[in-house]
Design a protein around this ligand. Sequence first.
Ligand code: ANZ
Ligand code: ZN
Length: 879
Amino acid sequence: MTISHIDPEYQASAIEPTVQQDWESRKAFKVADTVEGKHRYILSMFPYPSGKLHMGHVRNYTIGDVISRFYRLKGETVLQPMGWDAFGLPAENAAIAHQVAPAKWTFENIAYMRDQLKKLGLSVDWDREFATCTPEYYHWEQWLFVQLYKKGLIYRKLSTVNWDPVDQTVLANEQVENGRGWRSGALVEKRDIPMYYFRITDYAQELLDDLDSLKDGWPQQVLTMQRNWIGRSQGMDVTFPSANTEIYAEGLSVYTTRPDTLMGVSYVAVAAEHPIALKAAALQSEAGHPELAAFIEECRMGSVAEADLAVAEKKGMATGLFVKHPVSGEEVPVWIANYVLMSYGSGAVMGVPAHDERDFEFANKFGLQITQVIDNAKADDGEYDSTTWQDWYGTKEGKLIHSGDLNGLTIQEAYDALLAKLEPQQLANPKVQFRLRDWGVSRQRYWGCPIPMINCNTCGQVPVPEEQLPVILPTDVVPDGSGNPLNKMPEFYETQCPSCGGDARRETDTLDTFVESSWYYARYASPDFTGGMVKPEAAQSWLPVNQYIGGVEHAILHLLYARFFHKLMRDEGVVQGNEPFTNLLTQGMVLADTFYREAESGKKTWFNPADIELEKDEKGRILSAKYTGDGQDVVVGGQEKMSKSKNNGIDPQSIIDQYGADTARVFMMFAAPPDQSLEWSDAGVEGSNRFLKRVWRLATGFLEKDYSVTPLELAQLSTEAQDLRRKTHETIQKVGDDIERRHAFNTAIAAMMELLNANNKFEVKNDQDSAVARESITTLLTLLAPFAPHLSQVLLAEFGIELTSALFPSVDESALTRNTQTIVVQVNGKLRGKLEVAVDLSKDEILALAKALPEVQQFLTGATKKEIVVPNKLVNLVV
Ligand code: ANZ
Ligand code: ZN
């Protein structure tokens, strides 16, 4: 074989475009909608087309690609698709900033990023690519919406939004900065408007239960986060009858997980939006005391996030109304408290200050009674004491005290006793409560999937008939920031009611973009299908996704919504099975050094690592950092997640341009295990590049010798050749296991580096040596193919091997057995020498050889007292 046309120096830029061209022209990674034989669906979370790739993308897609290529090498048919999560707010912001239609901006970004992804060498079936902003895609999303609406799984209700009074527009949470509109700077108001909700709470129990089926394939941490988010709690609804029946008769229902503490109640508290609070405020206003109404308004303006409420300063006001204690009949005051959520339980709590931290803080602030009712050995016996109260709350063990008939009962016994007493009086019933809320999907935005509903004055809300779908979003629109432009387009919203035929108005709200990303994985199975969401045979063939890969920031919402959608689609008969993603890998963040200067005002200016010149000591510690722009020092700020705000992002394109995609890929996989943070390092990138150069030199160096191809004769191998062959097969075993079972891509690469070194040390002296070296080098190139596919394909071709499927070498078990072994020789426990002996040598023979070693003999003064031989390991001689 001649190598005249292959460069002895590794030049990524010379080979990568050619190899990519080859893949493209023969559609190397194309799969059919239906598949037979072993197959696998590998999916990395699809990108938002923000403009250009960042390192997080590179890591995500490289991991997915390595796994995909690995299984192809193992002979499986692999689906690895790619597409675009193309609706969303950034496109509208870009439109406002640059006067460009969101559609145009989005498709230009897609074109650029697609090109970048291709340069990364991904083994993607590009014929399956789609963007979620195309009618071919969202048609079926609208179709599902209509089905769910008809089933009652989608409903409409009033909900509160952020309203910018100057721009006359609804703001997303991230558009509110310190309570003001991001563009207008106006104080944001709350408004109640009708919105559509998915009844995800109907699936709460199933979403929780099915997590068990994922326990082998998903990270424990993600399962826990999902569990906590769903937040199942088992408790009781307890009713406090009204003590002011002339004002309100229905009593007040509270949800509690601790009914056993009922006798410790000193007040009940309701959310500011609770009907009783509103009634009390109206009464007071009539009486000329507007304080309560003002307080309610104040609570409503604040954050609605539960986490914020838990830590916010406790605020409250007495309503002047009372309820009756369900057991004692005593009057209990009703307060409004800012820590009570309207959306949880019944929007009311029974205040037990001695055993609940928030109630304690509240009671302490407003001087309400604190009565201990659970006996806790650690705490005092009932009188409030500021030094021990912490021991009271959260108590889950102990016996009841200060509770009349209930005294002496355990918590569980008290629960049962109270239920037995109050349930017949209809004052209590057991209740399972979920933290999960229904999913509000209406967005008052332009760049999203139109909600397929029509508002008719006569008929109310009417779904768009299936034959009129899709409702197409006009794309030649440039929003100006003052509200949803669809509201100014009669050509869009003017329509006829499908039910009565009268004039009606099309819904102008669009769907939350989480809806698109909840089912794209299924669409990839048959992206061109025009008869529904997924072609049944394709769903049957490819779903569920075998391996899903993405950032841990999507651990809760995206994954929960996608799991929910899978169940919705299953119940529509669109897909089978209960879960969309069998295995999940959450990749870690990509970190980089940060550099800044601080002005006197305290304002920091951040410098990109690419513009910094570093001086380091021999251990790699930074001695000085200078901004190349002015040669002056900057402060070194430590490693942080690559981000715009810290200006420490490194452009993947610059790495690909300088070193090639293979180097970028190898670095990404070598620098850290995939689920851990990866610290960007220029030295690391150079190291990976050097590794590939050495592989290149090894292969081309071997080829230059032009050895004749000789079949292996195992019986004729020298010891050195046997050693290399063993190393080769040990590496096959390790790399296969590291990739498949452990996802430890970094140690897989380390093993290949060792194999490279072993090859570099090996000297070819005869035909059998060259046969062993050939096997070793081609094995190395094959194992490397998932990581550095361009380099591998080119070099393997020089060896006459076409890099196609089913090439993964199998381990020759016989090569793994050693003929010789290394025995360590100690005298009095100190290492004095080493022996290389045949494996079948007897203990006596080993001992004799050990004693005969000159470097051992000098320590053997006189007779040995003890002689220990540990087979395969060591000899210890005690003198
Ligand atoms: C009395 C009590 C005594 C409570 C005690 C706890 C400890 P989980 O377990 O998360 O479901 N709660 C009920 N509705 C609420 C609402 N709308 N807003 C804020 N808090 C509310 O929490 C259930 C507990 O949270 C309930 O049990 C209630 O306080 C409170 F020693 O009732 B508990
Ligand atoms: Zn009508």
